[in-house]
Design a protein around this ligand. Structure first.
Ligand code: ATP
Length: 275
């Protein structure tokens, strides 16, 4: 369902927008740090159920955009709309509870807890240990039941990511790639609708990369939406159906990978290097 947006008269159309059913809409986003303009009127949308890539040279404003989307930074202007609701300036917790989850937020897995325990921490609204202590004895049955349910769900998630054999391992002992799988497992356990992935392939060996990508595609088939910042252009070009390119805080171009790859302005932005 691709739909080109007409450029206004005289304006160069370097973008091919595809926003038939947007799950996320960024409009005229601005973010400054003192005199530095990190994001400068950026607008783009993410199609529901898509894997969309956000790329750009170092310092283009990608992380700042992610931070504005997920509530880490309050934008100086513009809006972020998720699932039809304006979430601009909401807290990271509130945004995550709405189902917009970023792996980076939970990348800091708790190294002294096991892999299974880390995944059990994810779900929303669980009855935690502090409640354990404060509830009347009559409610304890519910807590035990819920704990068992959480454990079963966590096992299922670990099996899905094929890291169930690591369930009892301390998270701090995992390899970089295994940690990425755990990050994704933790993100998924929060029951999100959309996942923002920050360089998911960095430091991941080829076989784990394949596994990670397969899981992302499986989740896409189930209806999840993805926005990913990734420096590995092969991953972006092969696995995203839509790519947004940022440069100097602005959206320079957007469209299908093939169009982006041959866009001269994009090639120029990468200092003439190959993309
Ligand atoms: N907290 C901050 N304080 C001051 N300047 C910042 C801050 N965060 C980002 N910047 C600046 O904003 C600009 C955009 O940075 P940002 O990290 O968003 O780019 P990026 O595209 O994610 O880059 P990279 O690919 O290198 O991670 C840069 O000039 C950066 O130095």
């Amino acid at each position: 369902m691709s739909e080109s947006t007409q450029a206004t008269a005289g304006e160069k159309d370097t973008t091919e927008k595809r926003v038939a059913d947007p799950v996320l809409q960024i409009e005229e986003l601005d973010k400054r740090f003192g005199g530095i303009v990190a994001v400068d009127g950026a607008s783009f949308a993410v199609e529901r159920g898509s894997i969309t890539g956000l790329i750009g040279p170092n310092g283009a404003g990608k992380s700042t955009t992610f931070n504005c989307i997920t509530g880490v930074h309050r934008p100086d202007g513009g809006s972020v709309v998720f699932d039809g609701t304006d979430i601009t300036g909401e807290s990271p917790e509130r945004i995550a509870n709405r189902g917009l989850v970023r792996t980076f937020q939970i990348a800091r897995e708790l190294p002294e807890m096991t892999v299974l325990e880390n995944v059990m921490l994810g779900p929303k609204g669980q009855l935690g240990e502090s409640i354990w202590r404060s509830v009347a004895p009559i409610a304890r049955g519910n807590v035990i039941e819920q704990e068992e349910e959480l454990r079963d769900q966590a096992w299922e998630t670990l099996e899905f990511f094929e890291i169930d054999h690591l369930a009892e391992e301390y998270a701090g002992n995992l390899s970089g790639g295994q940690r990425k799988l755990l990050e994704l497992a933790r993100a998924l356990s929060t029951d999100p609708e959309m996942l923002l992935l920050d360089e998911p392939m960095a430091g991941v060996n080829p076989s784990l990369e394949r596994k990670l990508l397969d899981r992302i595609h499986d989740l896409q088939e189930e209806g999840y939406s993805f926005l990913l910042v990734e420096h590995d252009m092969d991953v972006i070009m092969e696995h995203c159906e839509h790519v947004v390119v940022m440069h100097q805080g602005q959206v320079l171009a957007e469209g299908p990978p093939a169009t982006i790859k041959s866009n001269e302005e994009v090639i120029e932005a990468y200092l003439g290097g190959e993309i």
